[in-house]
Design a protein around this ligand. Sequence first.
Ligand SMILES: [Zn+2]
Ligand SMILES: [Zn+2]
Length: 348
Amino acid sequence: MEQLAAWLTGSETIEFREGPVPQPGPGELLLSVGAAVTCGTDVKVYRRGGHPRMLEVPSPFGHEMAGTIIGLGEGIDGWREGERIVVSNSASCGSCDFCRRGDENLCADLLYLNGAFARYLLVPARFVDRGVYRIPDELDFSVAALGEPLACVLHGIGKLAPQPGEGGALFGAGPIGLLFTAVLSAGGVELVVADPNESRLELARKLGAADTLLVERGGSGADRARSLGPGPPGFDFSIDATGVSEGWHDALAAVRPGGRVSLFGGCAPGTAIQLDPHRLHYDELTVMGAYHHRPEDFRAALALLAEGSFDSGLLLSLERPLEELSQALDDMIARRAVKVVIRPQPGV
Ligand SMILES: [Zn+2]
Ligand SMILES: [Zn+2]
């Protein structure tokens, strides 16, 4: 057994580091990574060479993973070797004002865990206490690893509170947009999904979108989306899942008076957008951000994946060995894959 771990060392620079398998210290678990899954955030972090909250280079890389416990540090109670688990990519402190309010995603001391793209991962003590979840035997590691992005999506949906029968517009059919599509459509929402990529729109339709719209990259899809949806004056709610300012503009432009707008996609630091104060005020728009997830979102996400209420396999386009991580990220950038499953163990 040898460790092999991918490190992000700069913009679009990945380095593989070998070494002995790490040994769990007090309160820590050692995970043998069964599957790690690439994510839109990974692509963003890979291109930008870091993330303002989650990752500063050089750093182990990857945050969606599931695997098997193969080592227990001193003082571990309640876990045993051989158990199949998902590890959350963040752990809250449990004691700050935000945590006490149940807003653990806003924790003043939220710790992040990177290093999913590796054969082995040490799970720090706080994560063992507040961020490890058992998974059912029938759930493949790659599907269980979707717990993280799905938890983010459920958090966003919880804030948006869409009702069955409402009409919504979604901008951006990447992995997050497609998870929104699956969950909202299953909940009886009529969703129009806009994206510049036809193969992603096809997936959106398979996941239940009421209609789809092929748009130009760079936004301005709001008017056309309205023509497919409820018509003027607009949608009951909208979601940006692009993380670029043009998508935010579209989401703001797509809703009716009284509409709700979830600006879900995180823009790069320093991004500025124009807002129409007249419209915000006189049309009584509710505009909300949504970031990350809380333990209750994570549990709900794993329960939903275990139910199999949507075909999560549609999101997992390809599998690649760990050594081909850069190619996997390129697959996503070139829209050849929605998400890529990395199987880090040799011979799997
Ligand atoms: Zn993710
Ligand atoms: Zn806290």
